[in-house]
Design a protein around this ligand. Structure first.
Ligand code: SF4
Length: 340
C-alpha cells in the first residue's frame, strides 16, 4: 500500500508548504484553573500551494480550517509542525523577523463589519497597511487607495466615507482593497462571502477571481460551503475534526469524491440541472469533541460504511489516482505501475 504525505510531493514552484501542522488549545477549569485537557483544533495537517493557485479548504464548523489559516498567517503560534513560505521556515519567527512575510501574507475575514475600524475613513483604511510597510507620502498612499478602489469596484467618491456608510458587499470589497494595498502574494480568505447575501456572494467571488488574474495572487480559500469553493478553487482539501481527509483538484473532487465525508458534504450541494438528482446523504450522530477525538478513523462514529477496522486503525493518506489523495480504509492506492 502506498502511504504518502497528505498532498504528495511539492512541486518546484511551491509557494507555501505546511507539514504536520498541529494547534492544540488548553482547556482550563475556571478562569485561572490548571489545564484539564486540550482541544485538538488542527491535528497533523499537511499540504502545499503553488504560486497563483487557489486551494479551497472546506469542512464543517469547528473542523480546524480557520485555525489552519490563522496559524499560516502567524496570528496563532502552532503547537508543532512546520510552515515553509517560499522555502523559509516561518513557524517560529518572532515579530521582527516575521515582518517582511506579514506583508506577503494577507487576510480577508468573514465579517467585514468587525474587521474594519469604524472610526477611519475608507481611504485611510486602505492606505494604513501601505504606510506601515512602505515609506510613502500621504498623497501616494491615497493615490494607491484610489487605484485599488477602482480595482475592487468601488467609486472614488466613496473614499471619504466611513465603514457604516457601505453595504455588506461594499465593506467586503473595502476589506479586499486593504489586503491588496501591500501587494501580497497569498491571501487567506476566511469565509469571505458567508456573511453576505447569496446574490452578492457571486459578485465577490467573481471579483476575487478577477483580482487573482490581475495581480497574480494565490488564495487559501477557507469555507464551509462547497458550492462557493467549486467556483474559485484549483484544488480542494476537505477537513474533518482537525485533519485533511481528502485533497485533489476541483474536477476530481466534485465528479468523483472518494471519502465518505466528502460524499456526504457534496450530496447537500444543490445541482443546477433540475432533472439531475443527487441522493442526499444525511450524516447521523454529532461531530465528536476535538478534546477527545475518537480512536481509529475520526469519522467512524458517523460514517455509513464504518467497519471494525475503522474503530481501531487510523487510515493513512493514500494517492488513489494521480493527484487524488484520500484517508479511508475503503480506498486503496493502485498497485505499483498501474497509475500511468
Ligand atoms: Fe468510513 Fe472507515 Fe473510511 Fe473512516 S476509514 S471514512 S470510518 S470507511
Amino acid at each position: 500500500m502506498n502511504a504518502v504525505l497528505p498532498g504528495g510531493a511539492a512541486p518546484a514552484d511551491t509557494l507555501l508548504r505546511v507539514s504536520e501542522l498541529r494547534k492544540y488549545f488548553p482547556v482550563r477549569k475556571g478562569l485561572f484553573g490548571a489545564a484539564s485537557g486540550e482541544v485538538h483544533a488542527v491535528d497533523g495537517v499537511s499540504f502545499w500551494m503553488r504560486e497563483g493557485e487557489t486551494l479551497g479548504l472546506v469542512g464543517e464548523s469547528g473542523c480546524g480550517k480557520s485555525t489552519t489559516g490563522k496559524a499560516i498567517l502567524r496570528l496563532l503560534d502552532p503547537t508543532s509542525g512546520t510552515i515553509e513560505w517560499r522555502g523559509r521556515r516561518i513557524e517560529r519567527l518572532g515579530r521582527a523577523a516575521m515582518r517582511p512575510y506579514r506583508r506577503e501574507l494577507q487576510a480577508v475575514f468573514q465579517d467585514p463589519y468587525s474587521s474594519l475600524n469604524p472610526r477611519m475613513r475608507a481611504a485611510d483604511i486602505v492606505a494604513e497597511p501601505l504606510r506601515n510597510f512602505e515609506r510613502v507620502s500621504r498623497a501616494q498612499a491615497r493615490e494607491r487607495a484610489a487605484f485599488l478602489f477602482e480595482k475592487v469596484g468601488l467609486h472614488a467618491d466613496q473614499l471619504v466615507k466611513f465603514p457604516h456608510e457601505f453595504s455588506g458587499g461594499q465593506r467586503q470589497r473595502l476589506g479586499i482593497a486593504r489586503a491588496l494595498a501591500v501587494r501580497p502574494r497569498l491571501i487567506v480568505c476566511d469565509e469571505p462571502v458567508s456573511a453576505l447575501d447569496v446574490s452578492v456572494q457571486a459578485q465577490v467571488v467573481n471579483l476575487l477571481a478577477d483580482l487573482q488574474a490581475d495581480f497574480g495572487l494565490s488564495y487559501l480559500f477557507v469555507a464551509h460551503d462547497l458550492a462557493v469553493v467549486e467556483h474559485i478553487s484549483d484544488r480542494v482539501a476537505v477537513m474533518y475534526l482537525g485533519k485533511i481527509v481528502e485533497l485533489t483538484d476541483r474536477r476530481s473532487l466534485f465528479r468523483s469524491p472518494q471519502h465518505p465525508y466528502t460524499e456526504a458534504l457534496l450530496s447537500a450541494v444543490p445541482v443546477p440541472d433540475p432533472k439531475a438528482k443527487r441522493k442526499r446523504i444525511i450524516l447521523t450522530g454529532d461531530v465528536p469533541s476535538p478534546i477527545a477525538p475518537p480512536p481509529g478513523c475520526r469519522f467512524h462514529t458517523r460514517c455509513p460504511y464504518a467497519e471494525e477496522r475503522c474503530r481501531v486503525e487510523e487510515p493513512v493518506m493514500k494517492e488513489v489516482r494521480p493527484g487524488h489523495f484520500v484517508a479511508c480504509h475503503l480506498r486503496n492506492a493502485p498497485r505499483e505501475g498501474a497509475m500511468q
